[in-house]
Design a protein around this ligand. Structure first.
Ligand SMILES: [Zn+2]
Length: 384
């Protein structure tokens, strides 16, 4: 087995070099360099897809195949760029675990690093076109148009055409609206995706973006011969501080939902029938992937790791978006960028330690059960 052979070849000093993998990378470039270095160390194949507007930024993919890897674990990071550091830390730690034989070596692995490299590098949730990629994965029957009525009601409050100011009472207004309408109604009105305000929050674009196209054109190849696949797509910023949920976009009685629930139980697993944390977004990666790969047993879960309260996170997204579009060299907007980073990857060592440990346990448990074979094929999950 290739991984074991590689460990035999490495001396103690080499293994020491990989201790840094336990930590969160400080920025996109460091994350990518470590990702590629680690992928080479485990003997993975590497693929690179530079983005058109800046060739120094890229989606990077590592695939590790075994002789009979019918089962495969896929972990993707940075669909929402600024959320990338936790996903990177998980991927780097997984490669260290493979070197140390703490993950099964008879599975295939596909690690997709920085689905949104522009957002990761520039500490934005959105990509180079201000698009929320998790609203941009569309099947052919869908069009890039429309906007929830609730979003239109809030649009002028969400997207003022001015640089942000620390003195605005946005949080007070947001609390008032939540008290009036309920937090779920606000999430569904605001965050499910809109296709009419290109500079606004949660904009899904007018066409398929570069990242979505790269995924569409290559995902099948990155899976090699595997036909039983579990995919964890790592996100942060939604839910209670340092807590996590696995959000599924299929009904509670689908075999894949049962599989995840048997492993993690409720309330960790939120399926299509129970979603206190999630909301029914349009154009998501998960729904698209399961529809696109319907000939495989493809089980997708969005991992959501909680950070700060939702009103603070929303205020940070709003302020950073205004800073990006309307900030000038003279306007004081750096605070908005720093606040966004804190909201999606808190500096707290306690948060970092707990969430990374939790997610490595999730990965280990999925890998252990996956290698036994999924057994029964997942049923149709509906079109995206
Ligand atoms: Zn996200």
């Amino acid at each position: 087995m290739r991984v074991v052979a590689r460990i035999d070849e490495l001396g103690a000093a080499d293994l020491d070099r990989f201790h840094f993998l336990r930590d969160f990378p400080t920025d996109y470039f460091e994350a990518r360099e470590r990702f590629c270095e680690s992928a080479k160390a485990i003997g993975a194949k590497l693929f690179r897809y530079p983005i058109a507007v800046d060739q120094s930024l890229s989606i990077d993919v590592a695939t590790l195949d075994t002789n009979a890897s019918r089962q495969r674990l896929v972990v993707s990071s940075g669909v929402h760029g600024v959320e990338g550091p936790l996903g990177s830390a998980i991927q780097l730690s997984m490669m260290r675990m493979l070197l140390q034989e703490e993950l099964p070596s008879d599975l295939g692995y596909t690690l997709i690093h920085a689905v949104n490299p522009f957002g990761y590098a520039h500490h934005r949730r959105w990509n180079e076109e201000n698009v929320d990629l998790n609203r941009n994965f569309k099947c052919s029957s869908n069009t890039y148009s429309g906007c929830p009525a609730g979003y239109k009601d809030f649009e002028s409050v969400l997207n003022p055409r001015t640089a942000p100011s620390r003195l605005e009472p946005f949080r007070v207004k947001a609390f008032w609206n939540i008290a009036l309408h309920g937090v779920q109604a606000i999430k569904e009105a605001v965050a499910t995706g809109q296709y009419e305000f290109p500079q606004g929050l949660f904009y899904g674009g007018q066409a398929e973006c570069f990242s979505s196209r790269v995924i569409r054109e290559n995902l099948r190849n990155w899976l090699s011969e595997s036909n039983e696949v579990v995919h964890l797509d790592v996100h942060t910023g939604l839910g209670r501080f340092a807590d996590y949920r696995l959000l599924l976009e299929y009904p509670a009685d689908a075999p894949a939902a049962t599989w995840f629930r048997d492993l993690f139980g409720r309330p960790i697993v939120e399926d299509g029938g129970s979603h206190p944390t999630s909301y029914d977004a349009r154009g998501t990666f998960g729904r698209w992937a399961m529809s696109h790969l319907a000939s495989l047993d493809y089980r997708f879960a969005t991992v959501e790791v909680g950070t700060h309260p939702i009103v603070r996170v929303l205020a940070a997204l709003r302020a950073e978006n205004r800073a990006h579009h309307y900030g000038t060299p003279r306007s004081d907007v750096e605070w908005a960028r720093q606040e966004l980073r804190e909201c999606f990857c808190p500096a707290s060592p306690k948060w970092r330690r707990k969430v990374l440990n939790d997610q490595l346990e999730v990965v280990q448990r999925c890998a252990q059960h996956l290698k036994q074979g999924i057994g029964n094929r997942s049923e149709a999950v509906g079109s995206c």
